[in-house]
Design a binder for this molecule. Structure first.
Ligand code: NDP
Ligand code: 1BO
Length: 329
């Protein structure tokens, strides 16, 4: 299926961009020569910009300014989701940028994600329509199934047992949902489709029926998602990132992002601070040496966001975190 080092899975002769489990996660891809380019070519030939602005936990009232600063500063990729509940403000910021002629729609890559309470054969279209209305766009560049976790209508979190939709198995739910995603792709309202938080096992299961091979399996939190509830390690305080950063005159965040990019991944740093937004894009004008890449490789590999909020003894299909990831770590 895949070598442990590679970030691309091959299914039916097509590649699925896959996360490389690690301390630093991105929207995984493999570069042919280990060097970073400004775009990544997906399995349908579309070109996705390598650095994208993350918008999870970018609060209403500040997310619009972050998008504005990002696009004016050169970002061409914004990562959104229905469940971030800030897409309207992102859309307002984009409209302003279009009207002022700062950027054209076709020069941007906009990703969004189908929320868990809209799985099934019909609901994905409704979720997409809400997202497009809020973002004030005609189409998305990439639409992802956010999590392999079906919820009953109207629920996000904090989760309680009655919120999980257990009327069908995860396999059946994913099949129905993916087939709807394929119709969305056919309609042109999402130019690429993919998944997020899927194990290789779940991807394999999809290959029994998928007509469109997912273009992306999104991984994320390239700065360690510091500040997120339950995350106890501040990656950016790691002495190795500081030491390597000093050598290149770069911040720990830039070292972390550069590592991700140099590994062949796309990275989605989130910040609502204009200076950091700018700093996080400046990762294409330096390279980490092979030696420094090897040092970073030796750090403990861990998943910062383990999805433990989907683990529930009585309601969920997932009784422990390993079940969600099919034991893949
Ligand atoms: P990140 O790893 O991007 O870390 C964000 C944190 O780092 C925030 O606290 C931010 O604070 C801080 N930060 C940003 N830049 C710097 C900097 N240069 N120096 C120091 N601190 C900095 O976390 P996320 O978990 O948000 O991941 C990024 C994106 O990935 C998300 O926003 C989302 O778009 C996507 N994602 C997708 C998921 C999925 O299930 N598919 C799950 C999780 C994330 P501040 O804003 O104050 O600068
Ligand atoms: C539970 C949502 C995580 C951010 O995408």
């Amino acid at each position: 299926l895949a070598s442990s080092e590679a970030s691309v899975y091959s299914f039916h002769g097509q590649s699925v961009r896959e996360e490389r489990p690690g301390i630093i996660e991105g929207q995984g891809v493999m570069a042919s020569n280990g060097s970073a380019s400004s775009h990544i070519t997906l399995n349908n030939g579309r070109q996705m910009p390598v650095v994208g602005l993350g918008t999870w936990q970018a609060a209403p009232g500040v997310v619009g300014a972050a998008v504005d600063a990002a696009v004016r500063g050169g970002y061409r990729h914004i990562d959104c989701a229905y469940a971030y509940f800030n897409e309207k403000e992102v859309g307002d910021a984009l409209q302003k940028l279009f009207k002022e002629g700062v950027v054209k729609r076709e020069d941007l890559w906009i990703t969004s994600k189908l929320w868990n309470d809209h799985h099934g054969p019909e609901e994905p279209f409704k979720c997409l329509e809400t997202t497009l209305t809020n973002l004030q766009l005609e189409y998305l560049d990439l639409y992802l199934i956010h999590w392999p976790v079906p919820l009953n209508k109207g629920y996000t979190w904090p989760l309680q047992p009655h919120m999980f939709d257990t009327t069908r198995s995860i396999k059946e739910d994913t099949k129905e949902t993916w087939q709807a995603m394929e119709k969305i792709a056919e309609s042109g309202k999402a130019r690429s489709i993919g998944v997020s938080n899927f194990s290789a096992k779940k991807l394999e299961d999809m290959m029994e029926y998928a007509k469109v091979v997912p273009a992306v399996n999104q991984a994320y939190s390239p700065l360690g998602t510091w500040g997120t509830s339950g995350v106890k390690i501040n990656l950016l305080d790691h002495p190795l990132l500081t030491k390597i950063g000093e050598k290149y005159g770069r911040t720990p965040a830039q070292v972390s992002l550069r590592w991700g990019v140099q590994m062949g991944n796309s990275v989605l740093p989130k910040s609502t601070k204009a200076e950091r937004v700018k700093e996080n894009l400046q990762v294409s004008d330096f390279s980490l040496s092979d030696e420094d890449m090897s040092e970073l490789e030796k750090l403990e590999q861990t998943r910062f966001l383990q999805g433990t909020f989907w683990v529930n003894d009585s309601g969920s299909f997932y009784k422990k975190a390993e079940d969600l990831w099919d034991g893949e770590g």
